[in-house]
Design a protein around this ligand. Structure first.
Ligand code: GLY
Length: 378
């Protein structure tokens, strides 16, 4: 991956400065909480109302990255606070699912990597063991969600799970027991064959027969519909396959990440403002800034695994995405707690034009990757 130009370095330094200036007072007024979104510009707190929510690790991860960026002990204390609060989830069976990765990679695993403490190791291993227990032997996939609203999800897998696999790779590295990694690789192979389409777009949900393992159908999930191209799903795919390449060295995952990235770059148009679905109707202007931030961080991950013009192409696209967010979609003022605006939960629900914590997390992570200072959380 090339070195940043002088102008790019200045922009990265200035932007990280703006992040520090904003996130110190924002964190001071949100101590001891786990934010998800903002209401009238102020963060909510999921720690009591919905401690099992899948995004509850991101504030912890943001706190660790900000601790790395600033050395301010407040951020470390808050990160550990989030990890402690998640202990409740380890005792709620229905609160555990494939998103154990999103909850415990940015909390217990990163703390263990930094401090080698037994408590974090124990939590992360419990989460990894539970995730491994979701592996379906007939279909070689990790079951995504539990059942709710009377929907049978025994055969559901989702592209997002590619981002959870590092919990299993980590567990194998730590224990020297290959089983966790075997499951991660088997899932990645299944995802490569059943989620990634010929043109590089990806399915959000694939449904398998949980007894035979045969693929039954794909669903539009949080995107526009069957066969559409949910932008956050694309970003999970770019980033997730690049990660599996990093943990295994298997080039087919690198090629898959590139294939999805090439498709995404061809869809970004001139504006680099990212819709909720690359195939949503042309007259719909719904956006998702989280997809922009995750795509950018995934593209930097991919660029770091490549050299020459190929790496430059992905790095250039990532920088353009991040600059667009910085200039057009971030609230830098202290009147709001969030950074990113115009985030979306999904296409068909009503969670549009809001802030979402993982959008902020991946923006900060991506900016710190450009600076060479980001902690490796995924
Ligand atoms: N993992 C769920 C989502 O990206 O909304």
């Amino acid at each position: 991956m090339r070195k940043l130009t002088g102008e790019e370095q200045k922009w990265v330094k200035d932007t990280l400065g703006k992040i520090k200036d904003k996130m110190v007072p924002v964190t001071e007024r949100n101590l001891d909480s786990i934010p998800y979104t903002t209401m009238s510009g102020r963060f909510d707190d999921k720690s009591e109302s919905d401690v099992c929510w899948w995004t509850n690790g991101f504030w912890g991860g943001e706190m660790w990255q900000l601790y790395k960026l600033t050395g301010n002990e407040m951020f470390k204390k808050e990160a550990i606070g989030v990890e402690d609060k998640l202990d409740k989830v380890l005792m709620i069976n229905e609160g555990l699912d494939h998103d154990n990765g999103f909850k415990w990679l940015p909390t217990s695993v990163i703390r263990y990597k930094l401090e080698k403490n037994k408590e974090s190791y124990n939590r992360a291993m419990l989460a990894a063991g539970n995730m491994a227990g979701r592996f379906n032997l007939a279909g070689n996939f990790i079951r995504a969600w539990n059942n709710w609203d009377d929907v049978d999800r025994r055969g559901f897998a989702i592209i997002d799970c590619m981002m959870n696999l590092p919990l299993l790779y980590w567990a194998s590295e730590e224990t020297t027991d290959p089983r966790f990694k075997m499951m991660a690789v088997a899932h990645a192979d299944t995802a490569m064959k059943t989620f990634v389409r010929e043109d590089g777009s990806v399915n959000h949900i694939v449904v398998f027969d949980p007894f035979t393992g045969k693929m039954v159908e794909s669903l539009g999930g949080q995107g526009y519909g069957v066969g559409s191209s949910w932008t956050r799903g694309q970003s999970w795919g770019i980033y997730g396959f690049a990660l599996s390449y990093g943990y295994t060295g298997d080039k087919k995952y690198l090629e898959t990440s590139k294939k999805i990235a090439d498709y995404v770059i061809s869809e970004l148009g001139d504006s680099y403002l990212v819709p909720i679905d690359y195939r949503q109707p042309k007259d719909v202007d719904l956006e998702d800034s989280t997809a922009a931030a995750i795509t950018a961080s995934g593209l930097i991950e991919l660029a770091s695994q490549l050299e020459g013009e190929e790496a430059d192409k992905y790095l250039d696209a990532a920088i353009k995405l991040l600059k667009t967010l910085d200039e057009k979609r971030i609230s830098w003022g202290l009147d709001t707690d969030n950074l990113l605006n115009n985030c979306a939960v999904d296409y068909h629900g009503d969670g549009h034009n809001m802030s979402i914590i993982y959008g902020d997390y991946y923006f900060i992570e991506a900016m710190m990757k450009l600076d060479g200072t980001a902690l490796k959380i995924f």
